[in-house]
Design a protein around this ligand. Structure first.
Ligand code: WQD
Length: 335
């Protein structure tokens, strides 16, 4: 029996494929390569020393998904495949709703048809909207500031209603905070196409000289140093959180924050990155980015109490591993 990982060649998906195999699972990967690179499969097979069946398919394609379920006995699905650029989602909402919502429905239908009972859904802290901090799983969700966030909230609602109609299905909704860092080998990491939207890949590309300087989106927020505060979590911790959720999932719907429970400002990220890697990050303060919240971080107690999981890696680990990966990029020789 295998775990189907959609978006398994992407940043978080690939780290989770590695963690699943390390935990003894067999994995099948589906990815349409719209925001990932085929060579990540070679890296995963090299790191895990396992052959990983891979299907370059779009998981909104019902026939392609059913063909895969016909070929492989699947015991669970981890659904990462989805567009995730907040700004892009404002400009192209229909693309986001079509892809992110339809893919979830298509996969749930396949699970129903093939009686695959376990489903782990990649959600996001964005679904909390401008709630009070720290974000707790029991909170009512508020409207988000972007279609991307709405697709995640809709995905959660669709899966909740599905399980309400058939409680034999076991669904875990995982709300990520800000994943950064990379696999310690330097072979897996975050290499977005084009100019990075997110903070850490932008910082590593400035460190590498690929980009001139970091633009700090505002230093007039009501935070300790005026810059935005987020809950940054090492992607390896996040991946291990997915394995824990799969191992513990029982019939019904279960929601977990995957964060550290600590808030870190943009300036603190810059300072930590510079100290750990002995490198200077030039930056310029610019206007706030529309839609950004001032600060948020997780109440991470539920995952610890129920899954026995908590984030172990430090901000230093995140900055060190992110830079190690960036330096290794283009040097990766696939054996
Ligand atoms: C972090 C902080 C920015 C870039 C988004 C999505 C969220 C999740 C993670 C998918 C903020 C500041 C950033 C830059 C900056 N994605 N910043 N200069 O916006 O918290 O979360 O990515 O699930 O759903 O909303 O992440 O890394 O873009 O920003 O000053 O060039 O860094 O203002 O305070 P964000 P981010």
């Amino acid at each position: 029996m295998s775990i189907l990982v959609t978006g398994g060649l992407g940043y978080i998906g690939s780290h989770t494929v590695n963690a699943l195999i390390e935990a003894g699972y067999s994995v099948v990967v589906a990815d349409n390569l719209s925001n990932s690179k085929a060579q990540v499969l070679d890296v995963l097979q090299q790191i895990t020393n396992k052959n990983i069946p891979f299907y370059q398919i779009d998981v909104t394609d019902e026939q392609a998904v059913n063909d895969l379920f016909e070929k492989h006995p699947i015991e669970g699905v981890m659904h990462f495949a989805g567009y995730k650029a907040v700004g892009e989602s404002v400009l192209q909402p229909l693309k986001y709703y079509q892809n992110n919502v339809l893919s979830t429905i298509t996969l749930a239908n396949a699970c129903k048809q093939f009686q695959v009972k376990k489903f782990v859904f990649s959600s996001s802290a964005t679904v909390y909207g401008d709630n009070e901090v720290p974000f707790k799983e029991t909170m009512s969700l508020l409207p988000t500031t972007n279609p991307y966030g709405e697709t995640k909230a809709m995905g959660e609602r669709i899966l909740k209603d599905w399980v309400n109609s058939d409680s034999s299905f076991a669904v875990s909704l995982l709300r990520y905070f800000n994943p950064i860092g990379a696999h310690p080998s330097g072979l897996l990491g975050e290499s977005p196409n084009g100019i990075p939207n997110n903070l850490m890949p932008y910082v590593t590309q400035v460190a590498k000289g690929k980009l001139k300087e970091l633009q700090v989106f505002g230093n007039d927020y009501p935070t300790s140093d005026g810059t935005g505060v987020r809950d940054y979590i090492h992607v390896m911790d996040l991946a291990e959180g997915h394995v824990a959720a799969l191992q513990h999932v029982t019939p019904g719907v279960h929601i977990y924050n995957l964060g550290t429970g600590a808030g870190t400002s943009v300036f603190e990220i810059i300072q930590t990155f510079e100290r750990v890697n002995a490198i200077k990050i030039p930056y310029k303060i610019v206007n706030r980015r529309p839609g950004d919240l001032a600060f948020y971080y997780a109440d991470a107690t539920k995952a610890k109490d129920e899954l026995g999981w908590y984030a172990k890696r430090t901000l230093e680990d995140m900055c060190r591993d992110a830079w190690h990966f960036e330096k290794s990029l283009n040097l990766i020789q696939i054996k």
